[in-house]
Write a protein that binds this ligand. Sequence first.
Ligand code: SF4
Ligand code: SF4
Ligand code: SF4
Length: 248
Amino acid sequence: MSKPKIAIFSLTSCEGCSLAILELEDQLLDILGAVDIVNFREGMTERSWDIDIGFVDGAVSTPTDIEEVEHFRQSSKMLVAIGACACTGGINTLKNYQDETDCRRYVYGEKFEWFPTIPAQPLSNFVKVDAELPGCPMVKEEFLEFVKCALAGKQFRLPENAVCVECKKKDNLCLYEKGIICLGPVTRAGCAAICPSYGSKCEGCRGLVSDEALAAAGVNLREQYDVALEDVLADFRLFGAYQGSELP
Ligand code: SF4
Ligand code: SF4
Ligand code: SF4
C-alpha cells in the first residue's frame, strides 16, 4: 500500500509552524517512515501536487495568498490549518486595525511599494478547512498526534477546556491574584499553560474555548475576581481570535 502523501505550505507568516515540524527531528524520522513528504519549501526542492494531507501555516493577506490557498485546497484531499496565522489570522491581523499607509511605512520605510494587500484572515474564510492545529507556534505534539490519528483513521480532537485547567494542575499562582488580566480562562488548552508557567499572561494564541466554557469562565471571573468577561475579551485581539461577536 502506498504511503500517504503530505505537503507543508506557507502563506503570510514567519513560517515558524513549518519550522516546528523540522524541529521534530527524531520523531520526524518516524513520521517519514510512514508518509511521503512530497511538497515542503522549507525542507526540500521537489514539488508534487498530488497530496493526501496538506498542512498550511500563515494567514491569507494578499490576492496571491487567495490564489495559492485555493490551489492548495484543490490539490489536497485533506487541508489542515496549522498555527494561529492559519487558524484565526494570527498576529498578522494587527494590521487590520491600523491605517494601511502608516503600516506599510512602518514596516518598509519611506520607499515602500504598493503591492496589493487585503485584511489578514484565516484560511477558513476562503476554503474548506478539515482541521485546525492552533497556537503560535502550533504545539508540535499536537501535530504528531494529528498525523498518527490520520494514519490510523481516527478522529483527532483538540482539548475543549481552558488553559486555566492546565495552569492549575501545575500549581501556578494565578495572575489574577496579582491584578493581571490573563486570557487563560477564555483560551483553548493544549499548550501546557506555558506562558503563565513562566510568569507571563496568556495572550490567547490558541483561540477561544467553546461557548459553554466561555459562559462558565464569565461566571468564575465575576465571582472570584469581580472581572467582567467583556473586559477580558477586550484584550483578546493579538492573534485575531476574537472579533467581537456576541457573547454567550
Ligand atoms: S502561528 Fe506564530 S509561529 Fe506559526 S507561522 Fe504564525 S506567527 Fe509564525
Ligand atoms: S487565569 Fe492565567 S494565571 Fe490564572 S489559572 Fe488561568 S491561565 Fe493560570
Ligand atoms: S498560554 Fe496562552 S498565549 Fe501562551 S501558548 Fe498557551 S494559549 Fe498561547
